[in-house]
Design a protein around this ligand. Structure first.
Ligand code: SF4
Length: 499
């Protein structure tokens, strides 16, 4: 066995998918997973969405170094792209790989361990001399903006030529419902957001590669797959004209093709910007997420980032919709998928200049819409974004931000309870998950409903079983308490098993 690794994840689902893909490549190279205190290689997949995210990554790196001084620490992700030199200066960091060079992360990580896998020619040409297995050719161009800082080698530029980490085949392993990341980067310029700088413009994985992944996942016994991306709704827009005029160029056409060409039982869409919910995408909810037409193959779950319910704040944020557009999209989605749809949103609190009246507009919009959950974030100024200067001009006092966060947290909890309470006494479809030991000891199984509600089922079952459940109550944590229901469909597990 050539060694061991640990990956520490920070950030969103898309970042998680990046980290999982690196892990799959490392396992394929023969490395075993190990606790961070014992691993030969610790990969830290950073986020940079807030100053707090940066701080958490730095603290983790220092802790990993303290616990395991011999480990090679490789830092990647959004913070590594935004401020690589900052990370390269931390003790113990062997390499910093920005999102611009993410495709090379597994190879670079292996090389920090002294392993020398066979590299594709194009990678050898850009690796710096310290990492190349053979003497450099004199005509080999120097790697773009690669710098030696302290002990760490930095890989980051603004060309993003090696940024799409095409994943090794996804299988239902540690993650029952893995993310398939099909889109990277973002061409929007929301004034608070650092992502266009840390991940570059929008790029899409080809429909052929996506179909191959989905077919391989189904063949490996996978039941639910999550399509994810940084700006998922833009999938396909920049792809070159395909030789096959029938090839999909929009997310809606892609999803339809997946359902036509594969037998994947369930597909979930992760976050999609409000204005990217076009009529074709919403129509899929009516066609594939409607229980009247059989088991929903498309999960009745829609996550539309809201950020603010104030027209003026949305304008300052350079968001491309107004509050009434948002409400119209929600109405159309509910009409297509029915009222069991679970609606989620991100909401940002304390954007520069946010007045009490503007905040109350957000509260009023949230009250008016049937959200099942909210992800709440305090505004955090990111260097290099317009929001940084706006914050310098008109910051919202931290005490006010705290009060507004508390008010929205209470409202979000109220909305979540009301939404989940609607399902008491009802039957729903779900997929079983890996159950935490504490819950397993109580003879129960974790699951997630097709419409994105956490469940605890009476009885023990293995992960990755499709089940029908009957909801009897809510647990103290707010999950649905449920029992297994018999189902005539052969794809559903009908009885609890001892595991
Ligand atoms: S849509 Fe806006 S918030 Fe989302 S990634 Fe793009 S720039 Fe950032």
């Amino acid at each position: 066995m050539p060694g061991s690794f640990h990956i520490e994840y920070f950030g969103c689902r898309a970042a998680r998918a990046d980290g999982e893909a690196v892990g799959t490549h490392l396992r394929a190279a023969g490395l075993a997973e190990e606790a961070p205190s014992l691993a030969d290689l610790v990969v830290v997949n950073t986020c940079s969405v807030t100053a707090e995210a940066d701080r958490a990554a730095r603290a983790y790196i220092r802790r990993a170094r303290r616990l395991n001084p011999d480990a090679r620490i490789v830092v990647t992700g959004c913070y590594a792209q935004r401020a690589p030199q900052e990370l390269a200066g931390l003790p113990g960091v062997a390499a910093v790989i920005g999102n611009s060079h993410k495709a090379l992360a597994p190879e670079i990580a292996l090389r920090t361990l002294g392993l020398r896998p066979q590299l594709p020619t194009e990678l050898v040409q850009i690796l710096p001399a310290a990492f190349t297995p053979a003497p450099q050719q004199t005509e080999t161009p120097a790697p773009p903006q690669v710098a030696q800082v302290a002990q760490a080698v930095v890989w980051a530029d603004d060309r993003f030529a090696h940024s799409f980490l095409e994943e090794a085949q996804l299988t239902p392993g540690q993650q029952t419902r893995p993310n398939l990341k099909i889109q990277e980067g973002c061409g929007n310029r929301c004034t608070f957001c650092v992502i266009p700088f840390t991940r570059g413009p929008s790029r899409s994985l080809s429909s052929e590669a996506i179909l191959r992944q989905v077919e391989g996942f189904v063949a490996a016994g996978g039941r639910e797959l999550v399509l994810s991306g940084i700006n998922l709704g833009r999938w396909g827009r920049e792809l070159p004209s395909p030789a096959d005029p029938g090839a999909p160029r929009t997310l809606a056409a892609l999803v339809r093709l997946i359902f036509e060409r594969t037998t994947l039982p369930r597909l979930r869409l992760s976050s999609i910007e409000p204005m990217d919910w076009d009529p074709a995408l919403i129509a899929l909810m009516a066609g594939f997420a409607n229980p009247a037409a059989g088991s929903p193959r498309l999960a009745r779950h829609a996550h539309l980032p809201l950020q603010s319910g104030s027209d003026a704040v949305l304008r300052r944020m350079h968001r491309r919709y107004r509050p009434w557009h948002y409400a119209q999209k929600v109405e159309a989605l509910l009409h297509a998928a029915g009222p069991d749809l679970t609606l989620g949103a991100d909401v940002m609190v304390g954007f520069p200049g946010e007045t009490n009246a503007e905040f109350e507009e957000t509260v009023a919009l949230i009250r008016a819409l049937p959200f099942g959950y909210l992800h709440l974030f305090p505004f955090s100024p990111r260097p290099g974004t317009p929001g940084w200067a706006l914050h310098a001009e008109s910051p919202v006092a931290p005490r006010v931000v705290d009060e507004r966060m508390a008010a929205l947290r209470a409202l979000a909890a109220e909305k979540s309870r009301a939404h989940r309470g609607r399902f008491l006494g009802r039957q729903l479809e779900a997929i079983t998950l890996h159950t935490p030991a504490e819950l397993a000891a109580q003879g129960r199984t974790s699951a997630l409903t097709e419409n994105f509600l956490p469940v605890e089922i009476e009885g023990r079952m293995e992960a990755n079983q499709l089940v029908r459940i009957s909801v009897s109550g809510l647990t103290p944590d707010g999950a649905l308490a449920a029992s297994l229901q018999p189902s005539a469909s052969p794809q559903y597990a009908a009885t609890a098993t001892s595991v």
